[in-house]
Design a protein around this ligand. Structure first.
Ligand code: FEO
Length: 390
């Protein structure tokens, strides 16, 4: 894709990666992704904000063919999908100075072997004059690495946010006009990347309230010329209480756990509780993560394999614990063949979350009427707790 002018002298460059389907060898990318870099020309200095994934270096360099002099390269985040082309840019522009946070400097040396003599660090609130334009650096650690920062262009009121507020979405649009699609992609991105750092994100949102922002320019996905769209979404995901929603990751080996899951889903629906079951053999974990953003309760449907939980449910529990959603309650249900410690092991995997555990229900073999009645009682208990969510 060609460079796109945001306002005169400021361009979104970088690459749309329509074909990429996995990030970190873990996160599904149903809509691809983009690696946005930004070229800002001042009356005296020219700056590049971030680069692109190393697989797309040639795209970035070709977009900069007409740029004779680059004074500064700003690195807001060291993860390689944005910094991977830093060496190529520094090679092309041997007089350019790399600007980043004090925490990022050693990381750039470690991860990319950048010559430290080319790096200048900036403190929170420090500014850089480009002549008729001024950049302000805003330290914003843990979105989602410890060294991250944002950059605010004062005159045009553009906020460059690196991963923060972004979305894994490849598109030919500069701004995200398909609102539902952008919202889903941004929520998926938040769930998988930002949610574990919710407390830090809350602080960053409060800090940004002091800035007048007309355009938000993230490093993934389309830009926002209606900043309230994404800022309000983040405030909802981060600050609002969880919803009357149960997320139910499960797997069933011979149908017994499936009977329990089906019964519980139906019993919850009868009591006005929305449930999203995820059969882990066919689940897009991004959708599971999205659902965890809003859910008040998680129920794991875990058959016993050998003497412990089925590995697919172990994966779901481990992921849930790592993503640290706003969950308030949890339960384990499932079937076992002769014995096992499924319940204890699943609960042990959720040690980072402060949740109230409902009584587990592990059934030997095929659930009978007594087991189904116990599931009704579990549904009743969940519905009752959900009545007081606030
Ligand atoms: Fe888009 Fe944390 O890298």
């Amino acid at each position: 894709m060609n460079a796109r002018e945001i306002v005169p002298g400021i361009y979104r460059i970088g690459a749309q990666d329509f074909d990429r389907r996995l990030f970190d060898e873990l996160i599904p990318l149903p809509d691809g992704t983009s690696y946005n870099a930004y070229l800002v020309k001042g009356s005296e200095k020219t700056v590049l904000i971030d680069t692109v994934d190393p697989t797309k270096s040639d795209v970035l360099l070709s977009q900069m063919n007409g740029v004779e002099r680059l004074d500064y390269l700003i690195v807001q985040h060291v993860e390689q999908d944005h910094s991977g082309s830093v060496p190529a840019v520094l090679d092309r522009y041997p007089n350019a100075t790399l600007i980043t946070t004090p925490k990022a400097k050693p990381m750039l040396v470690d991860h990319l072997h950048i010559n430290p003599e080319r790096i200048v660090t900036v403190e929170n609130g420090e500014t850089l004059s480009l002549g008729d334009r001024t950049l302000e650096f805003i330290h914003a650690p843990w979105v989602h690495w410890p060294e991250t920062m944002l950059t605010y262009l004062r005159e045009e009121k553009i906020l460059f946010t690196c991963d923060f507020l972004g979305s894994h979405l490849a598109t030919t649009e500069l701004y995200g006009r398909e609102k539902e699609r952008v919202y889903e992609a941004a929520k998926r991105y938040y769930a998988e990347i930002m949610m574990p750092f919710r407390a830090m994100i809350k602080g960053h949102l409060e800090k940004l309230a002091r800035y007048e922002i007309e355009i938000i320019a993230p490093s993934h996905g389309p830009l926002y010329d209606d900043p309230a769209f994404i800022l309000d979404a983040y405030r909802h995901w981060v600050l609002d209480p969880p919803e009357n929603l149960v997320v139910l990751p499960y797997v069933s080996m011979h149908g017994s756990t499936q009977v329990m899951v089906d019964h519980l889903v139906s019993a919850l629906a009868d009591r006005g509780v929305r449930t999203e079951p995820f059969n882990m053999t066919v689940t897009d974990i991004g959708k599971l993560a999205i659902t965890l953003v809003d859910a008040a309760t998680v129920v794991f449907g875990a058959p016993t394999m050998l003497v412990g939980p089925h590995p697919s449910v172990v994966y779901a529990a481990y992921l849930t614990n790592a993503l640290r959603p706003k969950l308030r309650h949890a339960a384990v249900i499932g079937s076992y063949g002769w014995a096992g410690k499924t319940m204890e092991q699943v609960m042990g995997l959720m040690s980072s979350l402060k949740v109230e555990w409902f009584n587990p229900l592990m059934v030997k073999g095929l659930p009978d009427e007594t087991a189904l009645e116990a599931l009704d009682r579990l549904a009743e208990a969940i519905a009752k707790r959900h009545q007081s969510l606030s």
